[in-house]
Ligand binder design. Structure first.
Ligand SMILES: [Zn+2]
Length: 407
């Protein structure tokens, strides 16, 4: 520990408070002693900060823990107060906009989904802003308790500036998402912008502690129209560090393969993204090779869930499309595991609502793992949920709040 100098005392005060609150958030219920030990801060520093956060109703005492030693002394446990702060989370996609209002722990208290497709940025952001205004007016949470708005969207995002750099799928580029949303919605609090796969990974890390069980590292393979697989490390004092943004969708599997939306050839997305799977199944349908699918979707562009339904009803004409998608994805997941060796890989993709597809994927993954790594590896499937992205938005707003000093 460095020595506190007069001119940097406020910064130390700020960083101590944020560090204590983050540790209570990530590891609570936790004792004052454990906070002191893990953070290397003195008990008086812990006590002063905790007292002020208890007074501010951000942290509370939640029962007792047995402390070691012959006397078996009982000490108070501390945890975050979930209803002390609320957050708005939004996902903007061409096909839908979803919003949720959550408490500090990610419990959803209000939500709204609009699935009108808006592929033009201006229409999409205007509709998103409208939903934000509606949420603020109707969610029942006082505005002064809403501590931030997190927006996530597909594509390459510069989260430090709140800007969407590029989305090849929609043709959106250089869009000041945070600025536009502030102007259109009138929301004056912090606005954070992140890629929608990274945001989902943060939601898992913050809000699904039972699933992650405080693993030191995990990757989040998210398959939708595109594909991404961000990688997160959980260090004790610096929880939730994004070490790889994971543009796995553009890993090249075969340079002489089919053209990808990015302009390269043989990227994973050209085999396994929902966009590709849907286009190939629609092609099979128009060639008369997929009568069951045609009946299910009425001859219109099918959705992934309709494709899975057709598959489960024995549609053979689309089997090769699904097999190719699963094989390519399985190879990439194995490569990610071989390369980065995360403790857990979460997989969210519409194709894996089917048990058969989950088993096929894991079979391909295990076949391609470097010998020995598979024993330490765990794979978990996350069922697609229209609000998982909005929850990711709320998570990035919570992350921002955990860095902020509270007077
Ligand atoms: Zn590509």
């Amino acid at each position: 520990m460095g020595t506190a100098q007069g001119n940097n005392l406020p910064r130390i005060k700020i960083s101590n408070q944020a560090a204590i609150r983050r540790m209570v958030y990530h590891y609570g219920p936790i004792t004052r002693g454990a906070l002191s030990e893990n953070l290397g801060l003195t008990m008086p520093t812990i006590t002063t900060n905790i007292n002020s956060m208890i007074t501010g109703d951000i942290i509370r005492e939640v029962g007792f823990a047995e402390e070691g030693g012959a006397l078996g002394r009982r000490v108070r446990l501390l945890d975050i107060v979930p209803e002390s702060r609320y957050f708005l989370g939004v996902e903007m996609r061409g096909t839908l906009r979803s919003l949720c209002v959550t408490d500090y722990r990610g419990n959803i208290v209000w939500s709204k989904l609009d699935d009108t497709p808006f592929h033009e940025y201006e229409e999409n952001i205007a509709s998103t802003a409208e939903i934000v205004r509606e949420a603020i007016g109707q969610c029942g949470v006082p505005l002064e308790k809403v501590m931030g708005l997190g927006v996530c969207l597909p594509g390459l995002v510069d989260s430090s500036r709140g800007v969407l750099v590029k989305h090849p799928g929609y043709g959106w580029a250089d869009r000041d998402v945070a600025g536009d949303l502030r102007r259109l919605s009138g929301y004056a609090g912090p606005i954070l912008v992140e890629n929608n796969a990274c945001a989902r990974a943060f939601a898992a890390q913050l809000f699904r502690r039972e699933l992650l069980n405080q693993v030191p590292s995990f990757a989040y393979m998210f398959v939708s129209a595109g594909i991404a697989c961000p990688l997160i490390y959980n260090f004790v004092q610096d929880y939730g560090v994004l070490v790889g943004r994971g543009e796995a969708g553009h890993m090249v599997l075969d340079p002489s393969g089919p053209e990808c939306i990015c302009g390269n050839h043989g990227c994973l997305e050209a085999y396994s993204s929902d966009r590709t799977v849907i286009a190939r199944c629609e092609e099979a349908m128009h060639l008369g090779e997929a009568p069951i699918l045609r009946e299910i979707c009425g001859g219109r562009t099918p959705t992934i869930s309709q494709i899975v339904e057709a598959q489960e009803r024995g549609e053979t004409g689309i089997a090769h499309v699904i097999r190719t998608a699963i094989n390519s994805l399985g190879v990439v997941i194995a490569n990610i595991e071989n390369f980065a060796w995360p403790d857990l890989i979460l997989i969210e993709a519409g194709l894996f609502t089917s048990q058969e597809n989950r088993e096929s994927l894991l079979e391909v993954v295990h076949r391609n793992l470097y010998t020995g790594t598979n024993l330490d590896t765990h794979f978990e499937f996350i069922m697609p949920d229209p609000f998982s992205g909005a929850l990711g938005g709320a998570a990035i707003a919570v992350r921002n709040d955990l860095e902020t000093y509270i007077e």
